[in-house]
Design a protein around this ligand. Structure first.
Ligand SMILES: *[C@@H]1O[C@H](CO)[C@@H](O)[C@H](O)[C@H]1NC(C)=O
Ligand SMILES: *[C@@H]1O[C@H](CO)[C@@H](O)[C@H](O)[C@H]1NC(C)=O
Length: 300
């Protein structure tokens, strides 16, 4: 073809083809960096706020996953074991930016106002955890956390509730769906049906390439395996990243004998829903309902 075209035209056609191909190749190879911005905000891989900064007692844990990755976690347990045994344990699965330290203000509410035990981790490749994030890896990390909790003398006796925001919602749905017997409830916030379904909305210019997405997080399918647990949906109606219709569809797909609570926050955006009026009241009511049938104390 080049012999019939002026050199500059064949050059630019070639360049365009290279750009499209390499764009696709780049997207394929670097999508983990796009999907899991663990370096954002700056310093997230070197500095992780400690619970002591909030006056919370904690254990700084290093867990080794089944594929030999060392991940960091905080256990923020009610210090009196007799109390801790009667309280829910929250497995906190964070969103895709930053690390567990960025979520301590929320952990503080769970611990102090609701009297919960809180277990939070930085996924592999986040904070001071080793490795790099992938769908497969994050699922292993969540399972590692679950194994730790179930092997813990106090936490193993408590009611366990998974709580996940955004991609943490996908991690939560997956771990709960696969281990329903080990959980007493699920709380999800501003999460999506699957990554291929949300990418065209987040990055319209690459939507034609969304078939290259190898990170799937098929919550749309997994949520249908949850058949007997209570689930709380927290949906920010001004979510600019994940269209709120995804949460509505997850809610529609869920078929469980447990209590299903739908709460929406008219002014809630992707990250700030937890600051909206009624957010923690919704969580408190949900936790109280889970605890009501046991001899556990009501959350004040
Ligand atoms: C949402 O924001 C508007 C404008 O700031 C305010 O008037 C309204 O009361 C808010 N709604 C809720 C439910 O917080
Ligand atoms: C949400 O968090 C991300 C990452 O930390 C940040 O880039 C963004 O500005 C935040 N958005 C809002 C609405 O707070």
């Amino acid at each position: 073809m080049s012999s019939y075209l002026p050199w500059y035209l064949s050059y630019s056609l070639g360049a365009a083809a290279v750009a499209i191909l390499s764009g696709g190749a780049l997207l394929y190879h670097f999508q983990c960096e796009i999907i899991y911005p663990a370096n954002f905000p700056e310093g997230s891989r070197t500095h992780v706020i400690k619970p002591s900064q909030y006056g919370l007692p904690y254990e700084d844990l290093t867990l080794v996953t089944s594929d030999e990755v060392k991940i960091k976690a905080y256990l923020i347990k009610q210090s009196d074991d007799l109390v801790a045994r009667k309280r829910p344990t929250i497995l906190f699965l964070h969103a895709n930016a930053g690390n567990m330290g960025h979520r301590l203000s929320i952990a503080d509410v769970f611990y102090r106002q609701f009297g919960c035990n809180v277990f939070m981790l930085s996924y592999r490749g986040y904070g001071l955890s080793e490795g790099s994030p992938t769908e497969k890896g994050l699922k292993i990390d969540a399972k590692t956390a679950l194994n730790y909790i179930k092997g813990h003398p106090v936490l193993s006796e408590t009611k366990l509730i998974a709580y996940g925001q955004s991609i943490g919602g996908a991690v939560s749905i997956d771990i709960v769906a696969k281990n329903q017997d080990q959980f007493s409830g699920l709380i999800i916030e501003n999460t999506f049906l699957s990554l291929p379904k949300v990418i065209p909305h987040v990055l319209p210019m690459i939507s034609a390439l969304s078939f290259l997405c190898h990170q799937i997080w098929n919550s749309e399918q997994m949520i249908q395996y949850i058949s007997r647990l209570p689930v709380l949906f927290l949906s920010g109606k001004k979510d600019e990243l994940v269209p709120p219709a995804h949460m509505m569809e997850l809610h529609r797909l869920l078929d469980t004998t447990g209590e299903v609570v739908w709460r929406e926050f008219p002014n809630g955006t992707h990250n700030d829903t937890c600051l909206k009026p009624g957010y923690f009241e919704a969580i408190k009511a949900f936790l109280n309902n889970i605890m009501k049938d046991s001899d556990n104390e009501k959350i004040k």
